[in-house]
Design a protein around this ligand. Structure first.
Ligand SMILES: N=CN[C@@H](CCC(=O)O)C(=O)O
Ligand SMILES: [Zn+2]
Length: 416
């Protein structure tokens, strides 16, 4: 069965085969600079449908409404703008407890060093898995209500074999993009020596814990941050990533969050799909990230997380520096109870435009196609025939209303 979605005032396709800003007659409107690279079609329509009952809906046709083929049903969006749904490539939704007081302390000047993660580990270990599933589903629904249609979710607040495996198994029921983050921090019992040394913990992560989670996860991640006593050194991170790679997992890295460090270059060296945070990058880091895409290679995306900078009072990243060097960037929420308890991709876009030197078009693309690139997905992040019909609708005539109407809930996933 096929459905026609029509009366789309402005459709962002992220598909370079559509010259930007075509009007209903197929003439370019000359707004290329504003919409650069977004493949905008005006007065557009999309046909979506699935061959088999229960399968994800796919895009069957994209073009100007006047040329649309017949379909079984038609729905009008009344002139609204439509975009590919946001692809949020970094989140930590599996957690219990509350750290709002820690946020308030930071706003009063306290520094973030990762120590508060222990509070969430305790609360998560104490929670019933069934309650955590409800919390995760609620958070995913909150994301969807703001236009996010694909989300990566990490484990990382259990940090013992049983709770990490439980988290991985349950998260797999919620998303295809589950990441094992056993190397989030060294848990308290391995810091005070009660259960062993930090080396023993790295052994556990690379051995029994990895084996228990591997059937349920696509990615392995590590908080590579020598500037925090709780996180992992470059050498410890390398061990975790190499073990994950040997188990068949794709690699992701938390790196360069609190200061310069080895994370970004390690990610590039090991062929990670993404290094996220990138708040403090040296020239050599920027060069390595840009160079990872040379000669058509599948490189390492720099995942930028402006909500973290907001919530930890670190400086905003100069995304222009990365883009001008030829690096590929994604914008993600990093929704988590410590450094950014916001699931709002529109907030990330507005902040990137205001504070990080990105044009609105670059920010929108980083939140859609950039996220897809970070997750190495070719079926989301754009509106093209054969891709998933993951769309979001703007309550307004243009996608520009996302940063223009900052803080106003103008975007939501389009139910098709
Ligand atoms: N930096 C490491 N992990 C999370 C924060 C976790 C927390 O503070 O609970 C992040 O991406 O910022
Ligand atoms: Zn994170």
């Amino acid at each position: 069965m096929a459905m026609l979605i029509t009366d789309i005032g402005e459709l962002v396709t992220n598909d370079p085969q559509h010259p930007d800003g075509l009007d209903a007659g197929g003439t370019a409107t000359g707004e290329d600079a504003l919409h650069a690279g977004l493949g905008v079609i005006r007065d557009a329509a999309i046909v979506v449908g699935s061959e088999t009952e229960g399968e994800a809906s796919r895009i069957q046709w994209v073009g100007r409404a006047a040329d649309a083929p017949a379909a079984d049903w038609a729905v009008s969006v009344g002139g609204a703008a439509v975009i590919p749904g946001f692809v949020d490539s970094h989140s930590h939704l599996w957690f219990g407890g509350d750290r709002s007081a820690e946020f308030a302390a930071r706003m009063a000047g306290q520094a973030y060093d990762g120590g508060g993660i222990a509070t969430t580990i305790e609360a998560t270990r104490a929670a019933r898995p069934v309650d955590l599933v409800d919390l995760v589903r609620g958070r995913v629904a909150e994301m969807r209500a703001q236009g996010t249609t694909t989300v990566e979710i990490k484990t990382g607040y259990g940090l013992d074999v049983a709770t990490e495996a439980e988290a991985a198994r349950r998260l797999r029921e919620v998303t295809d993009e589950v990441t094992f983050l056993g190397a989030h921090v060294v848990p308290p019992e391995y810091r005070d020596g009660e259960a062993g040394t930090r080396e023993d913990y790295v052994d556990l992560v690379c051995g029994e814990m990895l084996e228990a989670v591997a059937p349920h996860v696509r990615w392995v991640d590590v908080f590579c941050e020598p500037n925090s006593p709780y996180a992992f050194t470059g050498e410890e991170s390398r061990r975790v990533l190499e073990a994950g790679k040997a188990a068949g997992l794709g690699l992701r890295v938390h790196g360069n969050q609190l200061g310069e460090g080895p994370g970004a270059q390690l990610a590039v060296e090991l062929g990670a799909a993404a290094v996220d945070h990138c708040t403090y990058l040296s020239e050599a880091d920027v060069e390595a990230l840009a160079g990872s895409w040379a000669d058509g290679a599948a490189g390492t995306v720099a995942g930028l997380l402006p909500g973290v900078e907001f919530s930890t009072k670190h400086p905003y990243i100069d995304a222009r520096r990365l883009l001008d060097a030829g690096a590929r960037v994604a914008l993600a929420s990093d929704c988590n109870p410590g450094t950014c308890y916001s699931s709002s991709m529109p907030f990330m876009i507005a902040t990137a435009v205001r504070e990080m030197g990105m044009t609105p078009a670059e920010a929108l693309q980083a939140a859609t196609l950039g996220g897809a690139l970070s997750l190495r997905r070719e079926d989301v992040g754009a509106v093209r025939v054969g891709m998933r019909a993951d769309l979001a609708r703007i309550d307004g005539p243009s996608w520009l209303h996302i940063p223009y109407r900052m803080g106003v809930p103008v975007v939501r996933a389009l139910e098709v």
